[in-house]
Design a protein around this ligand. Structure first.
Ligand code: NAI
Ligand code: MG
Length: 500
């Protein structure tokens, strides 16, 4: 394996960590218990900072602030264009602090700094702008009533929202959840992942600078079973928007069901197929497949982790994939020549290595990688298994790491059937020049996003979310505003006639 393992060799110095406390009602405060937890640098496993550990009492305070801001504060009552103006300012402030924010996400999550600078952080700012532009275009309908009645609908903010966010895209997730909720006029409590609390606290600071009123946007850092569970079971939260594992998604839904029946949307795991047909340009397909599994070290819910290659080009594809793997550089995410940083933490690192061992034991053939790399930190070699069978664990479970399962198929029908043989349905990729095949596969795969001759083709305007056990409720696109709104029907008699 020619993967170069380089870490920390560019002498990067830790920046000052400015925000480590909970953000409640416009102030940074200690947790009620006074407890803190460590957030660690996955390049070394060392502690970056100690962060206030929020729990139920802190969530109660944050919800109280958000409820007050919703029931009595200006935010839901502002003209949409005024909310939009403040959100635009928030986006501008993000742009002005790109470097600091990208640094925080790289430190906390092991994400490529270059990617943060070019994609995640500017993308977060643009997502806020997209929803800022929508804030004054939220309106109901005039109804065609069958009797002498006048009816119309109002689209009202749903109330206090709880956002539970994962660690793999701390900035992107923050923006795609907070953006539409702010535009709708909601107030909110955000629970970032315990692995990556730093940027969310920084965003809270910028939100205040932008003029978002106190109590509208609160951030409670802490663990899932404590702070997270307090959010999902809270009696005064009206809506929960969750992204994370399918297992926890189930718990969130249960908590909503046994508390106040709050509305729930879930964006969960995936085991997305990438299907490559005989007529594909093999070099392009190899590159796309590599990108689809290794982007963000495989820590992405839509990772193309099951790659199906048609038999006519299979051998060439395998040979070229092995060759290409040699040029892939694993190492310090601050180094611009590096392609892949460390996994987010020790838990995920060990989980991925365990799956690799499973793959070997189950009889799949290891084509590249298969080991941890480097002396310290949570680095894993890009790993490709061939001869993978559909019922092997590595072909069924979401691994959430740089591990590709490569499989051969003969016919279009077979590809569709096997691609759909999963409990997940988040995304799929198709590589072919044949429009008929592309159309047929696109309509036959039960997944929320289909990328033809591309992958990870996200856009603010493009709804994103799962089918099947990958969840429900769309993030991004104008549809996602619906999650943060509710519809009220208002009816009056049309003429001055007695109603009763
Ligand atoms: P997780 O689902 O435990 O964490 C996601 C968020 O949920 C975090 O903010 C966490 O604190 C919170 N949470 C955890 N338990 C909770 C509870 N009982 N009630 C309310 N909130 C709770 O994911 P984890 O453990 O970090 O990763 C495990 C696996 O989940 C990954 O290996 C991956 O397969 C999948 N995952 C999927 C993501 C996606 O983008 N769909 C993102 C992160 C993880
Ligand atoms: Mg967890």
């Amino acid at each position: 394996m020619a993967t170069k393992c380089r870490e920390g060799e560019n002498g990067f110095k830790l920046p000052e960590i400015k925000f480590t406390k909970l953000f409640i009602n416009g102030e940074f405060v200690d947790s009620v218990s006074g407890k803190t937890f460590e957030t660690r640098d996955p390049r070394t496993g060392e502690v970056i900072a100690r962060i206030a550990e929020g729990d139920k009492e802190d969530v109660d305070l944050a919800v109280k602030a958000a409820r007050h801001a919703f029931d009595h504060g200006p935010w839901p009552r502002l003209a949409g264009c005024e909310r939009g103006k403040i959100m635009m300012k928030f986006a501008d402030l993000i742009d002005q602090h790109i470097e600091e924010l990208a640094t925080l996400d790289s430190l906390d999550a092991g994400k490529l700094f270059k990617m943060g600078m070019e994609m995640d952080i500017p993308g977060a700012a643009n997502t806020l702008r997209y929803y800022a532009g929508a804030a004054d275009k939220i309106h109901g309908e005039t109804l065609k009533m069958s009797r002498a009645l006048q009816g119309y609908t109002l689209r009202e903010p749903i109330g206090v929202v709880g956002h539970i966010i994962p660690w793999n895209f701390p900035s992107t997730m923050f923006a795609i959840k907070v953006g539409p909720a702010l535009a709708a006029g909601c107030t909110m409590v955000i629970k970032p992942a315990e692995q990556t609390p730093l940027s969310a606290l920084y965003y809270a600071h910028l939100a205040k600078l932008a003029g978002i009123p106190d109590g509208v946007l609160n951030v409670v850092t802490g663990f899932g079973p404590t702070a997270g569970a307090a959010v999902s079971s809270h009696m005064d939260i009206d809506k929960i928007s969750f992204t994370g594992s399918t297992e926890v998604g189930r718990l969130v839904m249960q908590a909503a069901a046994t508390s106040n029946l709050k509305a729930v949307s879930l964006e969960l795991g995936g085991k997305s197929p990438l299907i490559i047909f005989n007529d594909a340009d093999v070099d392009m397909a190899v590159e796309l497949a590599r990108f689809a599994i290794l982007y963000n070290k495989g820590e992405i819910c839509v990772a193309g982790s099951r790659v199906f290659v048609q038999e006519g080009i299979y051998d060439e594809f395998v040979k070229k994939s092995a060759e290409k793997a040699k040029s892939w550089v694993v190492g310090d995410p601050f180094d611009p020549n590096v392609h892949q940083g460390p996994q987010v933490d020790k838990v995920q690192f060990e989980k991925v290595l365990k799956y690799i061992e499973h793959g070997k034991r189950e009889g799949a053939t290891l084509l590249t990688g298969g080991k941890a790399c480097g002396e310290k930190g949570y680095y894993i070699e890009p790993t490709i298994f061939t001869d993978v069978k559909d019922d092997m664990l590595i072909a069924k479970d979401e691994i959430f790491g740089p591990v590709m399962s490569l499989m051969k198929f003969k016919t279009v029908e077979e590809a569709i059937e096997r691609a759909n043989k999963t409990r997940y349905g988040l995304a799929a990729g198709v590589v072919t020049k044949d429009l008929n095949i592309a159309n047929r596969v696109s309509r036959s795969i039960r997944a929320g996003s289909i990328w033809v001759n591309c992958y990870f083709a996200f856009d603010h305007d493009c709804p994103f979310g799962g089918y099947k056990m990958s969840g429900f409720g769309k993030d991004m696109g104008l549809h996602s505003l619906d999650k943060y709104l509710q519809t009220k029907s208002v009816v009056t008699p049309l003429y001055d006639s007695p109603w009763l």
